[in-house]
Design a protein around this ligand. Structure first.
Ligand SMILES: [Zn+2]
Length: 496
């Protein structure tokens, strides 16, 4: 295998899988030869059928990596995949052309599959994630141990510290300026990303797929401006505009406060996708009468505190959501430990989600509060300390809807727990030698007391219970008679 033959194969791959015109193949082959520092093309033939059948570009990228000698192979291979992909504007045009013809599903499949074929979504790595479903009565939650999102190691952090402290470009991972960004040791290469501009509430936004694809067709909808997250009336208008434009996808926003929100609060963005989250299968726990026959209001039988609003009337939807937001933002319920403000700092917020089924808007509003106290310094309505060995990060939008993304370290640590249990390892000095396992001490001691020898199942069941309890921890109104009565009292007080 030689680099000039690889150039020929890559150009053919771009023609076959990325929508490059036949005329552009010679052009691309020459561009690639230039990149590789070679002046003459290969005269050899290659197996076209093998390339025709490729579902992912992994094999070609492996060949590229084995034949080249760049210090940062990821940046180089991303650059090559970016070169093979049509320009952002051309992809955007094709996307809207398909939608104009009524080929809505095809337009989304086009962008999603292209993002896999050009290695922006690294499907092979994502498919290695460990996933399962935990059924609880009539509900379920989904759990993923995420092996594909790279955990930052100390070496990366040290390298980042050595970077000159000039103003960062792009400002963050979500900024539009990532489009085509070459990449550095501490900011990923984005030469192969493609985005779809959208107008939401007459403001410029754009949609892109998440490279980590936590669920099928996982998209991020991002403000063109690097402006902080905030939940306000405009949020609901943008959400409604989004589901009017792309009704195949839901959209949701992380809360605008730390602990109960996502990991990036500095840049306004929403998440969405063509996937029904566990929350969306929930039945009503109770229904609330409204004064408007066009509006249906209920409280869901879900693990945290979620209100559901259904209507076909967009104005009514936005007004109702905004009334709910305003009412909740200063709502106190001391019996349920809900204090909206301390020292003028707001703790109440919401996680709003919207989808459209036929002509009806279905909104889910999860009530959140990020207050801390002495007993719960990490958050009263946050995962309690006894569950932090499984998950300690904030419970954002995706988890609040019942899809848990657990850290990759758990794969190794669960295997180690299995070994401890099956070999009945003495724990006296174990944690001195294995300090990273110390966080699991209580879990291991608990499992040791159980009678079962099916350790793998025991560990999994333990994780299942923990995830369910974490969701219950985040409920501001607990699923008790008092909690449900107080939830009802709150919803009635909005006066919808
Ligand atoms: Zn940004």
């Amino acid at each position: 295998m030689s680099l000039n033959l690889l150039a020929k194969k890559l150009a053919y791959y771009a023609y076959k899988h990325l929508g490059i015109d036949e005329l552009d193949m010679i052009y691309l082959e020459n561009i690639l030869l230039g990149e590789f520092g070679i002046s003459t093309p290969s005269k050899e033939e290659f197996n076209k059928e093998e390339i025709d059948n490729m579902l992912v570009p992994d094999k070609l990228i492996e060949e590229l990596n084995s034949l080249t000698n760049y210090e940062n192979k990821t940046i180089f291979s991303t650059k090559i995949m970016g070169l093979l992909t049509p320009r952002p504007s051309s992809i955007n045009n094709k996307f809207w052309e398909l939608r104009k013809k009524g080929l809505n599903k095809e337009s989304l499949d086009y962008l999603y599959n292209l993002s896999i074929k050009n290695n922006y979504i690294q499907k092979t790595a994502i498919d290695r994630n460990i996933k399962w479903k935990y059924e609880i009565d009539e509900s379920f939650i989904e759990i993923t141990i995420n092996l594909s999102k790279p955990e930052k190691n100390n070496k990366d952090i040290a390298k980042a510290l050595l970077q000159p402290q000039t103003e960062k470009y792009p400002k963050c991972l979500l900024c539009k300026e990532n489009l085509g960004f070459y990449g550095t040791n501490n900011h990923p290469s984005r030469q192969n990303i493609r985005i779809i501009p959208l107008k939401l509430n007459n403001e410029a936004f754009f949609m892109q797929y998440s490279p980590y694809s936590y669920y099928p067709h996982h998209v991020i909808i991002i403000n063109d401006l690097h402006t902080p997250m905030s939940i306000c009336r405009e949020t609901f208008i943008r959400h409604a505009d989004f589901v009017d434009t792309i009704p195949e996808y839901f959209i949701g926003s992380n809360a605008d406060l730390p602990i109960v929100g996502g990991s990036i609060l500095s840049h306004e963005h929403y998440q969405g996708g063509g996937y029904l989250m566990p929350l969306m299968y929930s039945k009503d726990r109770f229904i609330i009468e409204t004064s408007n026959p066009e509006l249906k209001l209920s409280y869901l039988d879900w693990f945290n505190s979620c209100i559901c609003i259904k209507t076909k009337n967009k104005e009514l939807l936005i007004d109702s959501l905004d009334k709910l937001r305003i009412k909740w933002s200063s709502y106190d319920d001391l019996e349920c430990d809900i204090i909206s403000h301390t020292n003028n700092i707001r703790h109440n917020t919401i996680t709003p989600i919207l989808r459209k089924v036929n002509d009806e808007y279905i909104a889910y509003v999860i009530l959140r509060n990020n207050r801390t106290n002495e007993k719960y310094p990490d958050g009263i309505f946050h995962a309690h300390p006894e569950y932090h060995n499984i998950k300690s990060e904030g419970i954002g939008l995706i988890e609040a809807m019942g899809l848990f993304i657990l850290p990759g370290r758990l794969d190794r640590q669960c295997k180690e727990m299995e070994r401890i249990l099956s070999q009945k390892i003495d724990l006296t000095s174990y944690f001195d030698e294995n300090p990273d396992m110390l966080i699991h001490k209580n879990m291991i001691e608990y499992l040791m007391k159980q009678n079962s020898t099916n350790y793998q199942i025991m560990i999994k069941e333990y994780i299942n219970e923990v995830c369910m309890h974490i969701l219950e921890n985040t409920a501001v109104f607990k699923n008790t008679e008092i909690g449900n009565n107080h939830a009802k009292k709150f919803i009635e007080s909005i006066n919808l």
